[in-house]
Structure formats: C-alpha cells, structure tokens
Write a protein that binds this ligand. Sequence first.
Ligand code: NDP
Length: 282
Amino acid sequence: MAVIIDGNKIAQDIRNEVRQSALELKERKGIIPGLAVVLVGEDPASQVYVGRKAKACAEVGFLSREYKLPADTSEEKLLSIIRKLNDDKLIHGILVQLPLPKHISTEKIIAAIDPRKDVDGFHPYNVGGLVTGSPLFVPCTPQGIMELIVRTGIELKGKEAVVVGRSNIVGKPIALLLLAQHATVTICHSRTKDLPAVIRRADILIAAVGKEHMIKADMVKDGVIVIDVGVNRLKNGKLAGDVAFDEVAAKASFITPVPGGVGPMTIAMLMKNTLNAATMKV
Ligand code: NDP
C-alpha cells in the first residue's frame, strides 16, 4: 500500500514559512508583500478561487487587492488597470484570473504584466526562462508538484517520468521541471498511441488530464509514484482525480489523493511567488 502524500499538511508548512519570512521582511525592510487579483466577469469557480487567494494573503500577512470587473469590461480598460498595477509600488504580484471573457485576448493581457510581477509564471519571458532554466517565476501548480516531490524525499535523477497532459499551465511546465531535475521525461496527450504501454514505463506518473479515474491499476507498474493533478466533479458532488485511487494506491509506492494532494499546493506557491517578488525589490 502506497504512502499517501499529504498536500494539506505540506501546503500549511509552506504558508507558515511564508508568513514567517513576510514578518521578517516587514521588520527588516518595512516591506509588506502585495498581491493584486483581477477578475473579469462572474464565473462562479473563478469567484471561489479569488476568494481563497484573498484569504491566503490574509493568513500570511500580505496586502491583497481585488479588482472585480464586469464581464463587458473592454480589453483597453483591463490593459490600463494592469499598467497601473505594474507601476504600483505596493503591489509585487499581479494575477489575472483565467479564463477571461472571449472578447479579451488572454495572450495580450498576460504579455502586459511586468514579468517581475508575473507571480502566475505565464508571461512569455518566464515561460522562456523555464525552458532555458532561469525563470523569475514558475506556474504555481507545477511548482507545487515539485515541492510535494522534494519534501517527500523522492529522488528524480534518472527516473522515467511520464506526464499525461500537455497544457501550458500544468503538463508542459511540469515536464520541463522534471527534466531540469534529470528525470527522463515522456509527455502524453490525446493522440498518444497505446497510452497504457507508455504509462507502464513510468517510475513517476503525473496525471493532468481532467478525466475521472481514467488511470487504472493495470496501467501502472508496481512501486510507481503517482501525482494526480486532475480535479473532476462527480455526479454525487464529490471531487475525484484522474487516477482510480484505491486500486492504484494498492500498487504504488507514493500517491497524492484528490482532494488534499496537489490542490492545496497551488495557492501556497502563489504566496511563495508573491513573497519572492517582494524580496526581489529589496
Ligand atoms: P487541459 O484540458 O488544458 O489539458 C488536458 C490535457 O489532457 C490535454 O493535453 C489533452 O490532450 C490531454 N488528454 C485529454 N484526453 C486524454 C486522453 N484520453 N488520453 C491522454 N491525454 C488526454 O487541462 P489542464 O492541464 O488545465 O488541467 C488538467 C486537470 O488538472 C484538470 O482536471 C484540472 O481541473 C486540473 N487542474 C488542477 C489544478 C490544481 O489542483 N490546483 C490546477 C490546474 C489544473 P490534447 O492536448 O491532445 O488535447
């Protein structure tokens, strides 16, 4: 039976560390890390995420500012808010909650954020930095996955890592981070031939698809390390991952649950990135 990696506990440890560092930064330099979160429209899930980010900021002693804009906000208006935040000395991190309404170009908006305040790590400057190995910021979910791996004491050097999913926010960045730690990385997607055969090679498997319980026990090898990024809402209202947890846990050496695995790490890493942004200014 696998060791279950406790993302709630690790995320809490990180938030405690960030709170302590923020306190020291305030005492030493008089700087309070500030995060601005911009939400356009009324998507219910986005509203929940924005609320959680404000709560996390309060917990670690950051300044947090929310900009809740109507769904018909023009691209130009949003750009002008970002430009102001870029120049705002009290704000160290800017996060634009995605998805944006269709009439606004996500690429244009992300590119307008000062890369030194791009705590989501989505700006092309930081994406390029991730490829070459020197980003200012790494996207929060993949960075959170790496923290889970490191703090669990898992060695990546020489391991076969299989990433299922190739999105810009999870699949591609996590593949690059694993590669940087000397894993041998394979990225799978919806056109991969014989997915089970590829997954069976994995010493470490990252599932980031968004299909409940698609990875079954007969698709993994004994002793596999499983990181399940998927968040799927079941008909009964509960959350489930991409991995059939009970049967895969019986074969794995380590596994993350859903909920309580990768999920809590994302906001913890957002706090860490905002702290780093504030520290960079020193
Ligand atoms: P996307 O929908 O952007 O990407 C899904 C990926 O899965 C695509 O690359 C797609 O391939 C691939 N895929 C789809 N079907 C299959 C299949 N049958 N076999 C193999 N690959 C397949 O999703 P995200 O990366 O944004 O998110 C993935 C999951 O992670 C979701 O459940 C999401 O909710 C969750 N998530 C959780 C977070 C957290 O815990 N904090 C944060 C972000 C995401 P193709 O490219 O060919 O279409």
